[in-house]
Design a binder for this molecule. Sequence first.
Ligand SMILES: C[S@@+](CC[C@H](N)C(=O)[O-])C[C@H]1O[C@@H](n2cnc3c(N)ncnc32)[C@H](O)[C@@H]1O
Length: 271
Amino acid sequence: MAFHGWKRLLFLSRQKAFARAWRSGKGSPSLGWKRCCHGEAGTSVTPEMRAFLEENTEVTSSGNLTPEIQLRLLTPRCRFWQEKLDSWPYGDPFWAIYWPGGQALSRYILDNPWIVNGKSVLDLGSGCGATAIAAVMSGASQVLANDIDPIAGMAMILNCELNHLNPFPITIRNMINSEVGDWDLIVLGDMFYDEQLADGLHQWLRKCMRTRPTQVLIGDPGRHEFLRHRIHRHLHKVVEYSLPEAARQENNGLTSSIVWSYQPSCSLESS
Ligand SMILES: C[S@@+](CC[C@H](N)C(=O)[O-])C[C@H]1O[C@@H](n2cnc3c(N)ncnc32)[C@H](O)[C@@H]1O
């Protein structure tokens, strides 16, 4: 299937690989690239991987909600956009797409820098790293990007370079299976696409908030799995952005993306 067609089906048919990876706690099924990222074994992208990423992505800042951030993404001009998915040598390249949930979060942070200014921020499921980049640009005192896909870690390093930023720490550990976060703010863009992953995230977020006061912001364009998940009862709408035409086309006609604040009330906390 050409990448374009595959992308349309991503949330319907291919999400299981990531769900499996999350459940097993083994991270991405893609490769043994585990020891690549800052915070794990120093900041590094192998020359071969850099060449591969540069050759197979396009630098772009258009077609999304944050034109001030440059990203290496898969675009219609990239070879793998049209080629068979079978010839893509790694795991599903979620990091090569700037998802609408992440777009909304990044836009909100860039427009309201006080949200992150002087604060410690965790971008969980950071993908291309745009939201973490927005947090750095807006004055966060500490940013950690977390994605279980090691290739995402490398892509983020390249994306930091593009935006003239020193790479922030990146970890590919499965944090939601292990430690409780110690963050002023946790941001999650487009992370509620699988029921079991959503359950795990919900549980973990509750644990984090019980440990210390933490603000949690979730970006989502209204995906079915998110809307029907019980976390939805604890969300307050912060802002809704209309998506640019290109993002609408890439996302099966979704027209907007919303930033939600997670605020579990005591009475509902057990649900
Ligand atoms: C749909 S993408 C969203 C990426 C980014 N937040 C955005 O909005 O553009 C979901 C990302 O979550 C990552 N992911 C899946 N399960 C994860 C987990 N348990 N911990 C950290 N990252 C995870 C995937 O590798 C993928 O990059």
